[in-house]
Design a protein around this ligand. Structure first.
Ligand SMILES: Cc1cc2nc3c(=O)[nH]c(=O)nc-3n(C[C@H](O)[C@H](O)[C@H](O)COP(=O)(O)OP(=O)(O)OC[C@H]3O[C@@H](n4cnc5c(N)ncnc54)[C@H](O)[C@@H]3O)c2cc1C
Length: 388
């Protein structure tokens, strides 16, 4: 199939959650848009059946965005309490939904279920958007010269840290994340734990299969993770209990272990001429604070709102309008991006050292969060809503 790149007003390269969400927001408000979405995946959802099992923490703000676009995954388990502590050191904090007057602190949704829900919604919009092209099995690199003069190229082809080339700010944490599912008993269902250890953070999170299951994310050095992946089940579960060293309940079985190398990879200028980078194509973060996708969805929402403003009405100065709109978009995203990147990098780096001053300040920071509710609320709100 030849893709009519020349007739497109906007081309989005990459149909992960951020690219799909951006396409939906654009078409919802402007179904006549000449939009092309370049999807590396096949059109059949079957590939998702063997796809990414990762449980992603979706903030309350992202939930609202997904609900409004009719792509929320119903029955996603909620997080009502989060317990944060550091193994072997003083200081801990507990956050609850009631402290910040919300129905939940967040929800856990499998990566593949997010993609499925977004694809479903986009298929529905496809029936009314007559100029929308969804090209599948497509991954050839794109340049803006292939498009019409006033068209915009949106890069949403994020990918994982180890698949990406280095951007302006690139930091390898020397860690990988081992993710998977646990069958459990006697564990509080709507609670999440984040436990910092010598080698990296471990998170235990609610699971889509209900209260007898949990997701886990175990960050440690690559060597440790390689060893943990290969461990037989019983030894693995004992090591996990030992690494956590918290009385949270029993771990019975482990499933779907998979590892992901971790790092920070940031594009400084997210707008160049008529090109714009969103989601992981703009910034790849450590998962310690569960912010990557939440930030990417805010990128996509702000971009779609900005672009709709100019493409939804005829203009004789489209090229000029596009340049102004994109540079304004870059400004609009600056504060939220910087804050989220800094908090995440600080958490990933500060807990990975045992130098005494850091150990003391970490303990104090956790204690301060516990005893200074306004500080805790401020941090929780940044994590839940970002700065929109
Ligand atoms: C272990 C782990 C745990 C995480 N946990 C959380 C969490 O709890 N909360 C959170 O908010 N975030 C989390 N994240 C981050 C989150 O997964 C990413 O931020 C999110 O997936 C970014 O979405 P995206 O659409 O920008 O990129 P991606 O999800 O990477 O999607 C990009 C898409 O583009 C496609 N593509 C690539 N190249 C091309 C090409 N040339 N042409 C066309 N298509 C292409 C890819 O195949 C893919 O489908 C976690 C990440 C990891 C590694």
């Amino acid at each position: 199939m030849t893709i009519p790149l020349n007739s497109a007003q906007i081309v989005i390269q990459g149909a992960g959650p951020v690219g799909l969400a951006c396409a939906i927001w654009l078409l919802e408000n402007n179904p006549d848009l000449h939009l092309i979405l370049l999807d590396k995946n096949p059109s059949d959802d079957q590939f998702l059946a063997s796809g990414d099992e990762r449980g992603i923490a979706i903030s309350e703000g992202s939930k609202q965005l997904l609900e409004n676009m009719h792509a929320w995954v119903k029955d996603a388990p909620a997080i009502h309490y989060v317990h944060v502590s550091h193994r072997g050191h003083f200081g801990q904090t507990m956050m609850s939904k009631d402290e910040i007057a919300q129905s939940a602190l967040g929800h856990i949704v499998r990566y593949r279920d997010i993609i499925l829900a977004l694809r479903h919604r986009l298929r529905h919009l496809q029936t009314i958007a007559s100029h929308f092209e969804w090209a599948f099995d497509f991954s050839a690199p794109m340049t803006v010269d292939q498009l019409a003069e006033d068209a915009c190229l949106v890069h949403a082809d994020g990918g994982l840290f180890h698949e990406q080339s280095a951007k302006d700010r690139h930091k390898d944490y020397g860690q990988s994340a081992l993710v998977g599912s646990l069958e459990v008993s006697d564990i509080t269902p709507d609670m999440a734990w984040e436990r910092f250890t010598e080698e990296g953070p471990i998170a235990i999170l609610p699971h889509h299969q209900g209260p007898n299951f949990k997701n886990f994310v175990w960050c440690a050095s690559q060597n440790t993770i390689d060893r943990l992946v290969a461990l037989e089940e019983k030894t693995f579960l004992l090591e996990l209990q030992e690494a956590l060293h918290l009385p949270i309940g029993k771990f019975l079985h482990v499933f779907h272990r998979k590892s992901y190398p971790l790092g920070l990879n940031i594009k400084q200028h997210i707008v160049v001429d008529r090109e714009v980078w969103i989601g992981n194509a703009a910034q790849t973060l450590h998962p310690v604070a569960g912010q990557g996708l939440n930030l990417g969805l805010r990128d996509a929402h702000t971009l779609a709102t900005s672009l709709n403003y100019i493409y939804a009405r005829p203009s004789e100065h489209l090229g000029e309008d596009l340049h102004k709109t994109l540079s304004r978009y870059q400004q609009l995203r600056q504060t939220d991006r910087n804050a989220t990147i800094q908090v995440t990098d600080l958490m990933a780096s500060a807990f990975a050292t045992n130098a005494l001053p850091f150990v003391i300040s970490r303990g104090l920071a956790l204690s301060a969060l516990q005893w200074l509710p306004p500080l805790k609320n401020k941090l929780a709100r940044q994590m839940m809503f970002g700065q929109r």
